[in-house]
Design a binder for this molecule. Structure first.
Ligand code: AGP
Length: 612
C-alpha cells in the first residue's frame, strides 16, 4: 500500500528517496511523487501515474533544477507511493499535496485515511481553500498551514492531527522552513532513520536499508521535527519524549529473483528452507519445543487475521482443537473488531499477519489487549506494529516475502500453529517433531515434479470460474487455494467445505467448471469425497483431484479416467495441510503465467493493507 520516505540533510536526497520508494514498490501502488526543498525553503513537486519509472521519466523531462530550485542545493525531499483509496490514480490525486490557508504553504505525503475529510473539506472551502484533488489527504496541508499561524511547528502538527479521524502517517515540508521535516502518526506505521548529518522518516524501515541501521519507531500521537543535525520528539500530549533506538540489520538486496521468473516462484521454492529453519529454531535436537514464550492454563483461544493469514488461522483451529482440546474461534479481523465479541478472562488471543501492519488485525489485537487477553502474534515482521503491541511474538522466519500473493509466509504460519499445538498439547512432542523433520525433503520432492501441475494449469486458463473443495483441515486450505487462484490469475474461484457443495455451489457445475478437490486417503472420509466427485461428474463438471498415494489407491480405473489426478506424498496427518499447499500455489502460479498476468504485483492488490 502507500509508502512514505523523507530525508533531510542528505546531499543525495532525491535519489535516496527514490531508491527508498523502490524498496516499498512490492507493496503495490498506482502513482508516485516527490517534493524537493532547496536551501532557501522553496519546494518543487513532481508526480506521475504508474510505476516509479514514470516518475523518474517525469524528473528527466522536467528536472527539478529547471524550476525555481537549484538541484545541487536539495538536501530535503519527501516521497510517496500511492495506492488509491479516495479518487482514481491520476497525477492530481498522487501525493505530495500542497495547500496554504492563512499561514505558509505546506506540502504533505500521507498514508492511511482521514475519515472526516468531507466535513473538513467543506469547512476549509468555506474559509477560502481551493482543492485540486479528490483525495482525503488534501485537507492536511490547509489545516497545518492554519495551525502554523499561531503555533510552533511541532505544536501545529499536533493540533492539526487532533482534527483528523482515522489512521494516518504524515510527513510534511513547510515553505520557508528549509531542511525541516515534520511528521506524525496514528494507527499507520512511521519510523525515524538516524544518520550522520541527516535524518529520515519512513513508513517502513526497509525503505532506508543500506542507509542506516538505527531506527526509532514513533508511537501513536507522536510528533517529530527533523533537521539535518537534530530531531525533537513530542507525544500526543505535547510532552517531549524519548523512544528507544532499535538497531536493525536490514537486507539491502533488492535484486533477489535468483534466476526465478517471478518472486512468487522463488518464494514457493524457498518453502523447504523456511520449514527447516522454523523447525530448527523452535525445537531442540532431543525432541522438545523451544518457542520464545511460555503460555500456560490456556482455556480458550481466539485467532484473528485477514485473507490468507485467516485461512492459516482456520487450519490452526483444527490443529489446536485436536491437540490442545480447548475451544478455538477464528475470526476475520474486520468483523471481530466491531462485533464486540465476549472475551473470557484469561483467554489467549492470536493475531496472524505476514506484515504485522494489517490495519484490521492490528485494531483487533489492540481491542483484545484492552479486554484482558494474553496476546500472541504470529508474524513475519518482528519489528512491526503488531509485534510491538503483542505480549508475545512468534517470528515466522520466512525471510522477506516480495510477491503480493503470500506463499512461504502462509506455510510458515501453518507450521507455527502446528508447533504451537504441540507446545500447548499434552502429547509427547518428540514423535511428532520427528515426523515434522521430514517435511523439507518431502517438499523438495514435490518441487522436483512440477510438470503435471503445469500441464493442468494450461487446461484451466480459459475457465471463468473454479471451485475448490476440501474436508476437515483441507477445507480452509480449499479457501486458500481459491484465493490464490483469483488473486493472481483473475479467474473467479470459490472455496467450500466439500460437504457444503450440495447446499448451493453444485448449481454452478457444468462442463466449463473445473472443480478442484482436496482429499487425503488416510482420514476415513475418502468415500465421501468420491461421492462428491461423482456428483460433479454426473453434471459434466471437470474434476481435478489432489490426493495422496493412499487416496489414489482407492480410485478404480473408471474413476481415474474421468478426472485429472495430482498426487502428493503419503505422510503423517500433521504434515497434510502443508503438503497439499504446494500444488495449490503452483496451480495458481502456472495458470497466472499462462494467462500473462502481473504475477508479483497483481492488479488492485497491496502487500500490506494498512487501511480498513
Ligand atoms: C495473501 O495472498 C493476500 N495478499 C492477503 O490475503 C493477505 O494475506 C492479507 O491481506 C493479510 O495480510 P497480513 O498477513 O500481512 O496481515
Amino acid at each position: 500500500m502507500c509508502g512514505i520516505v523523507a530525508l533531510t540533510g542528505h546531499p543525495d536526497a532525491v535519489e535516496k528517496v527514490l531508491t527508498g520508494l523502490s524498496r516499498l514498490e512490492y507493496r503495490g501502488y498506482d502513482s508516485a511523487g516527490i517534493a524537493a526543498q532547496d536551501a532557501a525553503g522553496h519546494i518543487t513537486v513532481r508526480k506521475a501515474v504508474g510505476k516509479l519509472q514514470a516518475l523518474r521519466d517525469t524528473l528527466a523531462d522536467t528536472p527539478l533544477d529547471h524550476s525555481n530550485i537549484e538541484h545541487s542545493t536539495i538536501r530535503t525531499t519527501i516521497g510517496h507511493t500511492r495506492w488509491a483509496t479516495h479518487g482514481t490514480p491520476t497525477t492530481a490525486n498522487a501525493h505530495p499535496h500542497q495547500g496554504r490557508l492563512g499561514g505558509p504553504q505546506v506540502t504533505v505525503v500521507h498514508n492511511g485515511i482521514i475519515e472526516n475529510y468531507k466535513h473538513l473539506r467543506e469547512q476549509l472551502e468555506a474559509q477560502g481553500a481551493t482543492f485540486h484533488s479528490a483525495t482525503d489527504t488534501e485537507v492536511i496541508p490547509f489545516i497545518l498551514s492554519q495551525q502554523l499561524v499561531t503555533h510552533t511547528p511541532l505544536e501545529a502538527i499536533r493540533h492539526a492531527a487532533h482534527t483528523f479521524h482515522g489512521n494516518y502517517a504524515i510527513a510534511a515540508l513547510v515553505e520557508g522552513m528549509p531542511d525541516t521535516v515534520l511528521a506524525t502518526r496514528k494507527g499507520a506505521p512511521l519510523c525515524l532513520g538516524l544518520g550522520e548529518g541527516w535524518y529520515a522518516v519512513a513508513s517502513d524501515p526497509l525503505a532506508l536499508a543500506g542507509l542506516t541501521t538505527r531506527f526509532i519507531f514513533l508511537e501513536d500521537g507522536d510528533c517529530a521535527l527533523l533537521t539535518p543535525t537534530a530531531f525533537t520528539l513530542h507525544n500526543g500530549e505535547g510532552q517531549p519524549v524519548t523512544r528507544p533506538v532499535q538497531v536493525l540489520d536490514l537486507d539491502d538486496d533488492l535484486s533477489g529473483k535468483q534466476g526465478f521468473r517471478h518472486f512468487m516462484l522463488k518464494e514457493i521454492h524457498e518453502q523447504p528452507a523456511v520449514v527447516a529453519k522454523l523447525i530448527e529454531t523452535y525445537t531442540t535436537p532431543d525432541g522438545t519445543l523451544a518457542l520464545p514464550f511460555n503460555l500456560s492454563n490456556v482455556t480458550g483461544i481466539n485467532i484473528v487475521a485477514c485473507g490468507t493469514a485467516s485461512y492459516a488461522g482456520a487450519i490452526g483451529k483444527y490443529l489446536l482443537e485436536e491437540h490442545v482440546g480447548v475451544p478455538v474461534n477464528v475470526d476475520i479481523a474486520s468483523e471481530f473488531r466491531y462485533r464486540n465479541p465476549p472475551l473470557a478472562e484469561g483467554g489467549l488471543f492470536i493475531a496472524v499477519s505476514q506484515s504485522g501492519e494489517t490495519a484490521d488485525t492490528l485494531a483487533a489485537l489492540e481491542h483484545a489487549k484492552a479486554h484482558g487477553q494474553t496476546c500472541l502474534v504470529l508474524t513475519n515482521a518482528p519489528n512491526s506494529s503488531m509485534a510491538r503491541a503483542a505480549h508475545h511474538v512468534l517470528p515466522l522466519l520466512a525471510g522477506r516475502e516480495i510477491a503480493v500473493a503470500s506463499t512461504k509466509a502462509f506455510t510458515a504460519m501453518v507450521l507455527a500453529f502446528t508447533l504451537l499445538a504441540l507446545e500447548l498439547g499434552t502429547d509427547a512432542p518428540a514423535p511428532h517433531l520427528a515426523e515434522l523433520r521430514k517435511l523439507p525433503q518431502l517438499l523438495n520432492n514435490q518441487l522436483a515434479a512440477l510438470k503435471p501441475i503445469k500441464n493442468l494449469a494450461d487446461t484451466v486458463t480459459d475457465a471463468h470460474s473454479m471451485l475448490f473443495l476440501g474436508r476437515g483441515v483441507l477445507a480452509p486450505l480449499a479457501y486458500e487455494g481459491a484465493l490464490k487462484m483469483k488473486e493472481i490469475s483473475y479467474i473467479h474461484a470459490e472455496g467450500y467445505a466439500s460437504g457444503e457443495m450440495k447446499h448451493g455451489p453444485i448449481a454452478l457445475v457444468d462442463a466449463t467448471l473445473p472443480v478442484v478437490n482436496l482429499a487425503t486417503g488416510a482420514d476415513g472420509l475418502f468415500e465421501k469425497t468420491l461421492s462428491n466427485l461423482r456428483e460433479v461428474e454426473a453434471r459434466h463438471g471437470r474434476v481435478i483431484l489432489i490426493t495422496d498415494t493412499a487416496g489414489a489407491a482407492q480410485l478404480d480405473d473408471a474413476t481415474k479416467r474421468g478426472l485429472t489426478l495430482i498426487t502428493v506424498p503419503d505422510a503423517p496427518k500433521l504434515l497434510t495441510p502443508i503438503l497439499f499447499t504446494l500444488p495449490l500455489q503452483l496451480l495458481a502460479y502456472f495458470t497466472a503465467t499462462a494467462k500473462g498476468t502481473d504475477v508479483d504485483q497483481p492488479r488492485n492488490l497491496a502487500k500490506s493493507v494498512t487501511v480498513e
